[in-house]
Design a protein around this ligand. Structure first.
Ligand SMILES: C[S@@+](CC[C@H](N)C(=O)[O-])C[C@H]1O[C@@H](n2cnc3c(N)ncnc32)[C@H](O)[C@@H]1O
Length: 304
């Protein structure tokens, strides 16, 4: 059993840990503040219960195996290293060292009210534990999060982003992107930002299967608006993740998507040239929230 789940079981058995959490907080100055704090603690307990429940499911074991396959791939090893175990490898002195892996989660949804989002959060926590990715190295962002939800995520140890990156995060080290049932533009932006044979192999996405997106989207729209998904779907590697019927709303149509160097190196050089930043001004049904433009970004208008 994972340390995480066992630790959380201990927390549930004894009340000490939750008292500790309370005592770290400043004493509430009003009833509303106390109520909010209790809600946060209740929600954290509920998420931990969901983690325990999910960890006993067969689906979790299958997802974990797929994740471990990824973290042991050559693209996630420091160059020249052949010996690996998860994200550990033998360094130059023959000692076992840890490869630094990051995680970014966009579009989790409002997990305080949405059961699917809560299961997805529980799955994320299990994946971080299995991949030995420290909780603080996982950044989460959804413009829909309430302030209580942000408190919960911080309480769990995750890093909550304050800026809307629109999915445009450059991978400078192996990075797991967890984008469950997100808008096409988020995937497209992520691909654009990492559009090179150097960066894409560092990207692993757990999210909507690209071939499923292609099937559901008209071809012209794919080529015009989601050009990067449209190109990558032909040469990325997709491994569909299992989804039990009971959890169909939570984990359907989800795959581990990787971009193996050996495939990218065979593509013509022209693949990487001419890669303009995606623009979605004309998309009436854009499924993502764009960042607010600051006043200084707004085009200047002439005084009449
Ligand atoms: C279809 S919902 C999926 C929610 C949840 N993962 C689920 O499966 O029920 C898409 C989510 O993407 C979020 N989203 C929209 N724009 C975003 C952005 N720029 N960055 C991160 N998340 C975004 C929305 O707020 C929403 O929660």
């Amino acid at each position: 059993m994972s340390d995480l789940v066992e630790e959380w079981r201990v927390v549930r058995r004894g009340k000490g840990a939750s008292r500790q959490f309370k005592s770290k907080k400043k004493s509430p100055s009003s009833a509303a503040c106390l109520e909010e704090q209790l809600d946060v603690e209740k929600l954290i307990r509920r998420i931990k219960d969901t983690v325990s429940e999910l960890s006993a499911e067969e689906v979790w074991k299958q997802w974990k195996d797929q994740l471990l396959l990824t973290t042991s791939s050559p693209d996630w090893r420091p160059s020249g290293n052949s010996e690996t175990d998860g994200n550990h490898y033998k360094n130059a002195e023959g000692r076992t060292a840890r490869q630094h892996v990051e995680c970014v989660c966009y579009g989790l949804g409002t997990f305080s009210s949405c059961v699917s989002a809560r299961y997805q959060l529980a799955m994320l926590l299990l994946l971080l534990d299995a991949g030995r990715i420290p909780l603080k190295d996982c950044s989460v962002y959804d413009p829909a999060f309430s302030s209580a939800e942000r408190d919960v995520l911080r309480g769990l140890g995750l890093t909550v982003l304050t800026e809307n990156e629109e999915g445009k995060r450059l991978a400078t080290k192996p990075t797991l992107f967890y984008l469950m049932h997100c808008g096409k533009a988020l995937y497209n932006n992520l691909l654009w930002k990492n559009w090179s044979p150097r960066c894409l192999p560092l990207v692993t996405i757990i999210g909507n299967c690209f071939s499923g997106i292609r099937e559901r989207t008209i071809e012209r729209e794919m080529r015009q608006d989601y050009n990067y998904i449209s190109k990558a779907v032909d040469w990325c590697e997709e491994r569909l993740l299992p989804c039990p019927t009971r959890l169909i709303d939570v984990f359907s149509d989800t795959a581990v998507i990787t971009f193996p160097s050996d495939r990218l190196n065979k593509l013509p050089q022209s693949t990487w040239t001419e890669s303009p930043e995606p623009q979605y001004h004309h998309c009436s049904d854009l499924e993502i929230i764009l960042k607010q433009k600051s006043i200084s970004d707004a085009p200047e208008t002439e005084d009449r």
